[in-house]
Each structure stands twice: as C-alpha cells, then as structure tokens.
Design a protein around this ligand. Structure first.
Ligand SMILES: C[S@@+](CC[C@H](N)C(=O)[O-])C[C@H]1O[C@@H](n2cnc3c(N)ncnc32)[C@H](O)[C@@H]1O
Length: 328
C-alpha cells in the first residue's frame, strides 16, 4: 500500500522508490522529515542516481526531492537532511554546502547547520590530507513559525556537570571567570559588584538544583551589547543575567557512528533523537524516505511518535520492520 493512511499502524514501512511513493502523500501531512539520501559516491547503490549521473544532476535530483518534501511537510514542520561530501580528482566537492545553498535559494529557511563530529573515524591513507571526521546535518524549515519544543528533552539530562569540586554548566561555565571580572571591574560601583556576585551565586545554585542548565552574565565595561534595551539595562544595573532552562546542545554534535547494523550507513540513534523530540509534536508523524536500517522510525517509536519509512531495497525494509517489531 503506497498511499499514506492516517489510521494505519505505525511505524509504517513502504518498499519503493521514494520519488514516486511521495507523490501519493497528501500535501502538508507530515510533521518532520529526517533523512540521509545516498551519497554521491554511493550512487551505484541507488537506481535513481545512476552511474552516469554527473554531480550537477545528483544535486538537481536532491533539489527536486526537497521540493516534494516541501509539498508534503506541514507549514510548521522540519526537514533534517544529512549529506556526505566526497573528493573528485583530488578536490573536495563541498556537495552538502552546494545543496544547502540551492535549497535556500529555493525558499527553504536553514535553521541550523549541525556538524556531526564522528567520535570515531577512519584515518585517511593520503599523506597530504587530514582524515575526514564530520558530516553536515541541516535543519531546514518552511516558515519561521515552526514547531520547536525543548520541554520534551530528558530532564535527567539537566544535571550539572561535576569536575572534582567544581560545578559546570552544560557549556562548561563554572562562574570563576565571572567572579574575577566582577571583582576587578573598574566600571561597576561597589553596590553593583555586590548585586552581580549575588546574581552569580543564584545562577550557580540553580545549576546545582537542576533548575537551569546554563547561564551567561553580561557585565558593564566588559561586554558590548547591540540592542538598545540591553544597553539601558546594563547602564542601570551594571550587569544582565541570561539563563537557559533546557540542556540545548550546541551545533556540533559528537556522536559515535553506529557499528552494529545490517546496513552500510545507519544513522546513530543519538543523531535523530533530538530532531524527533524537539521538532515533531507527540502526536505527529516523522518520515524517513531513505529509511535504510530504520533508525529514524525506531527512535520515533521509542519516543511515542508515529513514523513512516521508505526504502528501495526490500531487505532493508524487512530489517527495519523486524527491528521495530523486536524493539531493539
Ligand atoms: C544513506 S542510506 C540511509 C540509511 C539510514 N539513515 C539508516 O539509518 O539506516 C540511503 C538509503 O536509501 C535507500 N535508497 C536509495 N535510493 C532510494 C530511492 N530512490 N527511494 C527510496 N530509498 C532509496 C538505500 O537503499 C539506502 O538504504
């Protein structure tokens, strides 16, 4: 069954060429697309990208694929696209960057360019080249009013990091530098210094108690601010406190590539967890049109989201289905 039926069981797997399967999907029916199309150098594994295809037509194919995604994605939806690069005639081709640029020109909004830093990678055999150890994971949206809910992030992760006796925020702030800056400031009055120290202590206590995961202080004479409101606040109080409740990661994600799989390029589970929790509402539908080993659907299932996976290879569809049935 190709047509996407809202009443069926999830995860739902479809064997077929996603370029034709997606045509049967209703417009604006999907909340979140997370996918990794075959890489240019792997085009022989994909009928859509035949061996004689040039880099230009590979890029055009991804562009028309993205147009179909835009049609079926809800207006508040997210499109997460993982792409790999390759060398041709000794030069890196910057394929992910070229594609992202075309998608922006085509009307997509690029919300983040996440670098997946591979915690383990294959060393290069080339003497005059460094090993390649990262991939791009683009987060595109259709409009600025997109669904993004950090509340679903595991609250257990909002724990302070402890290094010996020292408490650190999620971005490794200890407060020690802030204290030095406040104490040695010539721009702050004595009263402002006392208040800034109290505010700093309050932030550190909230980090200890898990109420916030990070904070920043902007200090008069030390930080420059551009917004007029902040300039006024800095002038009035001598400092500004910015607190971050959620354990939001930076745009560099260090994740081990997945090893134990029947697939040649499986997503690591940690790569797709954040996109599913944060950009797919609990009753929403996640789609992976190049689902391979089924990681996207499996993690969607574990996080109580519906999902649809498409793959041209029947063996991968069977493997993904079995993986979700066995729940492992
Ligand atoms: C890079 S892999 C994706 C792996 C996947 N992210 C995972 O977690 O296992 C690309 C997948 O796309 C599939 N594929 C290639 N061409 C396709 C097409 N035209 N339609 C649907 N799937 C296709 C391949 O069989 C392969 O499993």
């Amino acid at each position: 069954m190709k047509k996407f039926d809202k009443n069926q069981n999830f995860p739902h797997f479809i064997h077929g060429d996603c370029f034709s399967v997606l045509k049967d999907f209703e417009a604006e029916s999907i909340d979140c697309v997370i996918t990794s199309p075959p890489y240019f150098r792997e085009r022989e594994k994909n009928k859509q990208f035949n061996l004689n295809q040039s880099l230009e037509s590979y890029i055009d194919n991804i562009l028309s694929f993205a147009r179909e995604i835009k049609r079926i994605l809800k207006n508040g939806g997210s499109f997460w696209l993982n792409l790999g690069d390759c060398y041709q005639k000794t030069s890196l081709q910057l394929i992910p960057t070229r594609i992202a640029t075309k998608l922006i020109e085509d009307g997509w909004i690029l919300n983040n360019d996440i670098i997946w830093k591979k915690a383990s990678y294959t060393p290069t055999s080339y003497k005059k080249r460094l090993s390649s150890s990262y991939e791009h994971f683009f987060h595109f949206v259709k409009t600025n009013d997109f669904y993004y809910n950090l509340v679903g992030l595991d609250s257990k992760k909002r724990r302070p990091k402890v290094d010996g006796q020292i408490i650190k925020t999620s971005s490794n702030v200890t407060g020690i530098n802030y204290l030095k800056i406040i104490k040695s400031s010539i721009a702050l009055t004595e009263a402002e210094k006392r208040n800034a120290v109290l505010a700093l202590e309050e932030c550190i206590n909230e980090i200890k108690e898990g109420k916030i995961s990070d904070f920043r202080l902007l200090i008069k004479g030390h930080n420059k601010v551009s917004s007029e409101n902040r300039k006024k606040e800095l002038e009035k109080n001598g400092f500004i406190v910015i607190k971050s409740k959620y354990n939001k990661p930076s745009d560099i994600w260090e994740i081990l590539p997945e090893k134990k799989s029947n697939h040649y390029a499986p997503f690591p589970e940690d790569l797709v967890t954040f996109p599913i929790i944060v950009t797919c509402p609990p009753k929403g539908v996640v789609l992976d049109p190049f689902v391979g080993s089924g990681t996207t659907c499996y993690i969607a299932m574990k996080n109580n989201r519906k999902s649809i996976g498409i793959d041209i290879n029947k063996d991968f569809i069977n493997y993904a289905q079995e993986r979700c049935n066995k729940n492992q």
